[in-house]
Design a binder for this molecule. Structure first.
Ligand SMILES: Cc1ncc(COP(=O)(O)O)c(C=O)c1O
Length: 486
């Protein structure tokens, strides 16, 4: 056996070169210019420590914490840190999950399984709740009762409680956000959680975004409405490490007020001839890498580091809110409570064109389609690293708005508009979808690729109903995800 590394199946340099070349086409994860998907501390040393920890633990298996006790230690350390941060009483327990969606899924699954007496469980959520909860409803057979938010984009306590009281026996969960992704505002947890508790119903606060910044915002003297375990009736909280914990991707926390609240989350199975399966998350075998990466980042930054990064991110948010307000044609949809900013354009320019123009200037901002009478918006997830370039960001925004005004409105082919306006996505054929994808510039001529400018595509999707948007995008992804062979 060769020990020289010259085995014919061993071409490490080649594989890594190829990876680097492919990655060059992706959005940058550092530099603070990607304002969705990634969260950048701007601290190269912290990133390096996180990466090295991921690599060191890439092969460890979180399936059995007795076999890899260091993973259990890291998990307990992270839960302890977060319990302090989120005003947890001494009874708080938690689990590290693979991400926000898994934390949200488990919150719903746990609530459902805490009530085996309920035949057709339901949960009450505001219309701004993250789509992960609708996914949970779909996966776990829980009816989601979606309640419109108020004019301030926050959950409407009276409407939420009326929805609960329409069928309290079947209601196993109420969900609120701190903050919501689309608008960056915190729901009135104090008006909802105690009322849920009075009815014996669990209340989950989705702080996937806010978990690692809002507590520091409060410490910095910012006006943050109460939402943590300090609020009576909050039974669980999701808080993502891979967002404002500035950890490598692949970790979130789900905290429960008591061990009893967490109990239904466990899955044990001994009635087969293999090892007794014992899981606290949806995954079974799971890499220790993300957990180690998160632990190393949290240990490096500590409370002081997070407070400093929060100071920076809010300085950037304040500058963006003030600067965007000064740009004619642009405004802030609603003052953000946290680190996410939603911008709207007036009639003078198209928001999707602004997103494209930002892209051309090296900034990624995320288009959000119009919904239920609310306008399309431009989403910015602001990171600590954004602060260093905030003046450039505002210049790029101002120039992008000017370019979008000059470009004029985006038009959708009237035939396509008519087509998507009236058709039922459930009855469309594959050929119809192909026609629509081609008309949208998403497919055609055999090659399937996103056009460089997305404004026309987004304008078309914006006309479509939510179901039609889903159907079109699923058809698109289905065609993208085809094996490269030969
Ligand atoms: C409020 C909120 N909840 C849940 C999620 C889902 O998190 P993930 O994408 O990590 O699965 C997100 C993602 O942005 C979010 O903003």
């Amino acid at each position: 056996m060769s020990t020289t590394g010259s085995h014919p199946a061993h071409h490490p340099g080649d594989a890594l070169d190829r990876l680097r070349a492919m990655q060059a086409a992706d959005l940058p994860v550092h530099g603070g210019r990607t304002l969705a998907y990634v969260y950048d501390s701007g601290l190269a040393d912290v990133d390096r420590i996180g990466r090295e920890a991921v690599a060191a633990y890439a092969g460890s298996n979180g399936l059995d914490p007795t076999a890899f006790p260091s993973l259990l230690q890291m998990e307990n350390d992270l839960v302890g840190f977060a319990a302090d941060l989120l005003d947890g009483p001494a009874t708080v327990v938690g689990t590290v999950t693979s991400g926000g969606t898994e934390s949200c899924l488990l919150a719903v699954q746990g609530a459902r399984d805490s009530r085996p007496d309920v035949d057709r469980p339901r949960m009450v959520v505001p219309s701004t709740v993250h789509a992960a909860f609708l996914k949970a409803a779909h996966y776990f057979g829980v009816e989601a009762v979606v309640v419109p938010v108020g004019a301030d984009y926050r959950a409407d306590p009276a409407a939420m409680l009326a929805a609960v009281d329409a069928d309290p026996e079947r209601t196993v969960l109420v969900v609120v956000s701190a903050p919501s992704y689309a608008h960056g505002v915190v729901d009135p947890v104090r008006e909802i959680a105690p009322a849920a508790a009075a009815r014996g119903i669990r209340c989950h606060v989705d702080a996937c975004i806010g978990g690692w910044v809002l507590p520091y915002a409060a410490r910095l003297g910012r006006d943050v409405p109460p939402w943590t375990f300090a609020v009576e009736g909050v039974t669980s909280i999701s808080a993502d490490l891979h967002k404002y914990g500035y950890a490598p991707k692949g970790t979130s926390l789900l905290l429960h007020r008591t061990p009893e609240h967490r109990r239904p989350q466990y899955f044990a199975y001994a009635d087969w001839p293999g090892y007794t399966m014992l899981n606290s998350t949806l995954q079974s075998t799971k890499s220790g890498g993300p957990l180690a990466g998160a632990w190393a980042v949290v240990r490096s930054l500590g409370d002081t580091g997070y407070e400093l990064l929060s100071r920076e991110v809010f300085e950037a948010v304040d500058a963006i809110v003030a600067g965007a307000t000064d740009i004619a044609g642009l405004s802030v949809l609603t003052p953000p409570d946290s680190t996410l900013v939603a911008l709207v354009t007036d009639g003078s320019c198209d928001p999707f064109t602004v997103c494209d123009e930002m892209g051309a200037r090296g900034w990624y901002v995320q288009p959000q389609l119009s919904y239920a009478g609310q306008p399309a918006t431009i989403h910015l997830s602001v990171s600590a690293a954004t602060l260093a370039g905030v003046d450039d960001l505002l210049t790029a925004l101002s120039d992008s708005v000017a370019a979008a005004v000059a470009a004029g409105p985006v038009t959708v082919d009237p035939e396509v508009a008519a087509f998507i306006g009236v058709l039922d996505p459930n009855t469309l054929t594959d050929a119809d979808f192909d026609g629509l994808l081609a008309a949208a510039g998403l497919a055609g001529g055999g090659d399937l690729a996103l056009p460089e400018r997305m404004a026309e595509v987004n304008a078309m999707l914006d006309l479509a109903s939510p179901r039609m948007r889903e159907a079109l995008l699923v058809a698109f992804l289905d065609r993208l995800q085809r094996p490269s062979r030969g």
